[in-house]
Design a protein around this ligand. Structure first.
Ligand code: SF4
Ligand code: SF4
Ligand code: SF4
Length: 418
């Protein structure tokens, strides 16, 4: 006997009626009214087989929710992979008005020499335990400290030759020269992310250098140069911030990316949100994201999908992911550095992590959406996995993701599609 997957979602709000399955990520146009089950007796056997293959129909005794719960929890407590995000300093060569880090530089005074020498002691203590180690670079602007970061990566690669070591970077792109791009590739760079604010005009108003000079043309030059160099194994994420901007203006930004390399680029659209230091009325919202996905897809770009299997975001994890701040404190998420409960410990002078167990265990509780009745019943669970843990931790409730944000990207050519 067959039943409909619990995770079938009928989307009848757009120009065409669609069916989507949040476990298999398969989607199809609905040509009949009603559900699959109500049409089952009219279907040929090969049509039924296709629906089974794509997860829309499952065996009657298959416990899908139990399976999702198992996979989520297995991943939450996984200890084979370590992803550490190095934040050697919060300094940046840009002066974006919405930057949440700019008022924190005094608190996180940098001492690059101590940072990297302690990091070596820390790596000697812990890296041996993992099969794969990803060392991500973040800031501030991480390329301001690239020499030190690159030296650390070389040291790690030499010391743990038998392990798979890779890197990734989130940069504003201004210092991403050909030389730096080649060096990142040498360090087995898995992903590079650069942000553009809307179009050239918007970008030059908000993402300017500290001296007020504009950055758009330089970034486009660096992006196109980098795309020429990176292998297919390196993901290039272009984040486009939406800040009161129409699709046709964003198209001009996408037009500036070399047509020959667009298939290497995954685009992520996000409305700029208000922070403690930046307030505005933003007409762009999640509901209209699909019009942006469509134009990018039509122009040959991929759409960023959740790059983490069985988790909401990188922070939705145990001790296998954390940021290492300039003062060597370790954090699960640094989107609000005034929220100390996201800090789960401190690396001491000998490179040993002193965990703050209360904060760490509270974070895990907040990340575990399988303990939440609403999430357990939610058809978006295999795409959303409980959403932002930081929000849950601060507000005691979940911030539900919208279908357009967490599921619709899977209906387009993306970076996770087989
Ligand atoms: S580029 Fe990033 S770190 Fe630098 S000022 Fe802008 S938002 Fe802040
Ligand atoms: S702000 Fe929320 S969604 Fe973003 S990284 Fe932090 S925990 Fe994850
Ligand atoms: S946070 Fe909301 S949208 Fe996400 S899985 Fe839970 S109930 Fe569903």
């Amino acid at each position: 006997m067959l039943k409909e997957s619990y995770y079938n979602i009928y989307d009848r709000n757009g120009s065409v009626d669609r069916l989507y399955n949040s476990i298999s990520k398969a989607s199809a146009e609905c040509i009949n009214e009603g559900t699959i089950l109500s049409n089952l007796d009219k279907m040929k056997s090969d049509e039924v087989d296709l629906l089974k293959e794509n997860g829309f129909l499952v065996d009657d005794d298959f416990r899908e929710q139990g399976m999702i719960r198992y996979l989520f929890l297995k991943n939450l407590y996984s200890d084979k992979i370590l992803n550490v995000v190095l934040v050697p300093g919060l300094e940046c060569n840009f002066d974006c008005p919405y930057c949440f880090e700019k008022n924190l530089k005094k608190r996180y005074k940098r001492n690059i020499e101590t940072y990297f020498s302690t990091l070596r002691k820390y790596a000697e203590q812990y890296f041996g335990e993992y099969e794969l180690i990803e060392i991500s670079l973040f800031g501030g602007e991480p390329l301001l400290f690239y020499e030190e970061c690159s030296a650390f990566l070389s040291w790690v690669e030499k010391k743990w030759k038998e392990k798979e070591i890779c890197t990734s970077i989130v940069t504003n792109g201004a210092l991403l020269t050909e030389k730096v791009a080649l060096d990142l590739i040498k360090h087995n760079c898995r992903s590079i992310q650069i942000t553009i604010d809307g179009d050239k005009e918007k970008h030059n108003q908000t993402r300017c250098f500290k001296n007020g000079s504009r950055s758009y043309d330089l970034l486009m030059e660096n992006i196109n140069c980098c795309l020429k160099l990176i292998p297919d194994s390196t993901r290039f994420n272009l984040r486009i911030n939406l800040n009161n901007i129409a699709v046709k203006r964003v198209k001009t930004t996408l037009d500036d990316i070399d047509i020959n390399f667009r298939n290497k680029v995954s685009v992520l659209f996000r409305p700029i949100y208000n922070t403690s230091c930046f307030k505005q009325i933003n007409e762009n919202n999640f509901a209209e994201l699909e019009s942006f996905y469509k134009i990018a897809n039509d122009m040959g770009f991929k759409i960023v999908q959740n790059s983490y299997l069985y988790q909401a975001c990188e922070s939705c994890s145990g001790t296998n992911f954390y940021y290492i701040m300039p003062d060597l404190s370790i954090w699960k998420c640094i989107n609000d550095l005034s929220y100390d409960k996201a800090c789960i410990g401190q690396i001491d002078n000998n490179g040993i992590i002193k965990f703050n167990l209360t904060n760490f265990l509270d974070w895990l509780d907040n990340a575990d959406c399988t303990a939440d009745v609403k999430c357990r019943k939610c058809k978006l669970m295999p795409d959303c996995y409980g959403g932002c843990t930081l929000y849950r931790s601060k507000n005691g409730k979940r911030s539900c993701k919208e279908f357009a944000m967490c599921s619709v990207p899977y209906m387009y050519e993306g970076d996770q599609n087989p």
